[in-house]
Each structure stands twice: as C-alpha cells, then as structure tokens.
Design a protein around this ligand. Structure first.
Ligand SMILES: Cc1ncc(COP(=O)(O)O)c(C=O)c1O
Length: 383
C-alpha cells in the first residue's frame, strides 16, 4: 500500500523550472513577444535595460552582458591580458570552464585546494600554488576564486594575498549572483566578477547567457569592444582582437522578467536550505555558511560520511523517486585535459575526498515542505 501511495504522488524535480513558468509564464511570453515584434534581436533595448537593472541589483557600477558564463570569464581574462608564461590560480573542485579559459590564452592554470567545510578556495593552498608557480618559472598574475554552490569564497584573505603579490582577482560567480560576503554583494568584490545565466543557475535564462560586473570605467569600454570583435568607435575599424560574445535580446527579455522575482526566490531558497539543515544535520555534513556570508543555494550539497557507497545511495534514492546529482565526480587536476598542469603543494587531498563524498539534493525555490519532507524521509531511510 505504501508503495502505491508513493507511486501516485507527483515526481520530484531536481530543479523545477516548470513551477517558475507556471508563476510568470504569461508575463514571460509577452516579453518574448515584444522582442519578436520589435525585431532588434542583437543588442536590442532589453540588453541595455538588463545591464542597468543587474547593476542596481548588486551595486556594480558597470555590467556587460554576454553569451555565457565561460565567455564572461574569457572576456575578463582578455581585459587582463592573460598570456603565455603567466600562472593563474584556480580551485580544482569546480566546473571545467574556470580553468579552461586560462588555457585558451596559453596561460597556465595552477590548481589550488579547497576547504572541507565550505568547498571554496583554501587561502593557505593559494599561497602554496603561488610558490609552486614561481618554482616553475611562471609569473603568478591572477586568482579566480569560485563561489561554489552559491556561497562566496573567503575573499578577505584571498584579496590580501593577491594584493601583496600584485595579482588581480576575477570572481567566478557563475553560481552565486545574489549572494553576499560581509555586507558586500557578489558583483562588487574582486577586480571583475563573472556570472552565468545557464538555465539551471539561480538566475537562469532560456538558453545560454552570462555577464561581467566591474567598477572600472576604462575596462568596461575595453569589454564592450571585445564583446563585438574588438570593434572601435568606427565599426569597420577593429582596434583589438575580440570575440562574438553578445547576449541575445530574447534572453535579456527573459532575464528581466526573472529578475523581478529573483529576490523572493532567493528567500525561498534560504527556507528550503534551512529545512534541510534541521532535518539532516545529525546524519551528514550539511553546508556551512560562515558568519557574515549568505548563499543563494545554487546547490544544496551534503557530504556523506566516509565509507558510504554513494552510487548505491543515489540509486536507492532514485528508486524512491528522489533525484540527486554529484558536483563534481572528478576534481579538475585529475581530468584528462588538465592533469599535466601544476598543483599547489603536495597534492589536493580535500578536493579528492570531496569528489568521492558529496551529493547534491533537489534544490529550487518552489520546493514545498511536503515534497521536501518526502526527500528527507527517503534520505534518512537510505542512510
Ligand atoms: C563555476 C562555473 N564557472 C563557469 C561556468 C560556465 O558558465 P556557462 O555554462 O554559462 O558557460 C559554470 C557553469 O556551469 C560554472 O558553474
């Protein structure tokens, strides 16, 4: 009977974009329709409006929208003149794009370990990474901390280390737009901040999108030029090598509608996270949010006690109708394309352990207490 009762309830979504669509679908369709009607598909009025609103949202002086979060990082690195012979510090426990863009420019990504409780860049390992780069004859020029799963990295010590070494900081905030660090909103912390509007991100569009946030007046002009093939004031005289990295106007229209409800959605995510914390903290390592920081909960990721068979747990949860994901199964320094790049110190043990032990549970603003109760019951039963 219990089996039958479970089978008849709604399937649980890992991220329920349909619920958001049911809430704002009509307004969204009207916004898309307006773009189709005015026909300015490339850098139309919604793009500039979105950049303005995003700046208001996080307090950044300038915002440059672009084609995706990877191009946002690429544009930021172009603005910083990334080049061969340079070393750029990146965490190993992240999505591939963070390191990939460094290699685009022939610079060397140096992999740094993360902290076990926050999953974010470990400042001690950052110093070891800088020393490792110097020993290899590379010039350490920059750091790309990642705000993993929506939680800002520990910026105070990272910015201090970078300043002491005359290195720039590009914050990879692909997962954390809307979060804050000790009173400073993501988008205003490093020299430049990049984000992604991939559909599954907390602020996601209906395709690919991204943005760069910054305060510097000269750099925004360079970025605007880089986004459109390095064009100058005369569009037939390209003044630098750039790329085609524009955000579509349709995506800007989608994001403008989603931005209206984003603050409310972030609050709802906090409530979901709090309910998971209370229900699971005696069983697994729940995410730690250090004093003064907020997360936007791009993922709710727990760490299973060592020795548990994660694949078996995920399979048993799936059998109970609970989807899970593993971010990330393999740290970057262990992946084929990246394993010959340098690492900080004597290896990256925390990244390696986390890759074996983390498990992400369903997380989205529309996860109601009853459905979340089913998830919690299943996790408790399986563990
Ligand atoms: C940490 C991180 N950096 C960069 C990116 C790249 O963003 P996009 O997929 O929009 O290119 C992602 C996206 O998944 C990410 O999670």
């Amino acid at each position: 009977m219990a089996e039958l009762a479970t089978a008849s309830v709604d399937p649980i979504e890992f991220i329920d974009l349909g619920a958001q669509r049911r809430r704002i679908g009509e307004r969204m369709d009207a916004a898309i329709r307006r773009v189709v009607d005015h026909g300015r598909f490339i850098l139309g009025p919604e793009v500039a409006e979105l950049e303005r609103r995003l700046g208001q949202f996080c307090g950044a002086r300038h915002v440059l929208s672009c084609a995706n979060g990877t191009d946002a990082l690429g544009l930021a690195l172009m603005a910083k003149c990334a080049a061969p012979g340079q070393a750029i510090m990146v965490p190993s426990f992240t999505f591939a794009a963070t390191a990939e863009v460094v290699a685009w420019f022939g610079a060397t990504p140096v992999f740094v370990d993360v902290e076990a409780e926050t999953f974010n860049m470990d400042p001690v390992s950052l110093e070891a990474g800088i020393a490792a780069a110097r020993r290899l004859g590379l010039k350490p020029v920059g750091v790309i901390p990642v705000d993993l799963f929506g939680l800002p990295a520990d910026y105070d010590p990272i910015l201090d280390i970078a300043a002491a070494q005359r290195m720039w900081v590009i914050c990879d905030a692909a997962q954390s737009l809307g979060a804050s660090y000790k009173g400073r909103k993501v988008g205003t912390i490093g020299d430049l901040t990049t984000t992604s509007f991939f559909p599954a991100k907390p602020l996601g569009c209906y395709g690919d999108g991204g943005a760069v946030f910054l305060d510097d007046d000269d750099t925004i002009s360079v970025l605007r030029s880089l986004r459109v093939h390095g064009q100058g004031t005369d569009k037939y005289d390209n003044v630098r090598i750039g790329m085609n990295a524009r955000l579509d106007t349709v995506q800007a229209a989608v994001l403008l509608e989603k931005l209206r409800i984003f603050a409310e959605e972030i609050d709802a995510r906090q409530q979901v996270a709090r309910r998971y914390d209370v229900a699971l903290r005696d069983l697994v390592q729940v995410p730690k949010i250090p004093e003064g920081l907020t997360s936007v909960w791009a993922q709710y990721t727990v760490r299973l006690p060592a020795g548990f068979d994660r694949d078996d747990i995920a399979a048993r949860l799936k059998a109970k109708g609970v989807p899970t994901s593993v971010y990330y199964v393999k740290p970057l320094h262990r992946q084929t394309a990246y394993r010959d790049y340098p690492v900080a110190g004597n290896g990256l043990p925390v990244s390696e352990h986390l890759a074996d032990e983390v498990l992400s549970l369903p997380m989205h603003p529309y996860l109601d207490p009853a459905t979340q109760g089913r998830i919690v019951d299943a996790v408790r039963a399986v563990l």
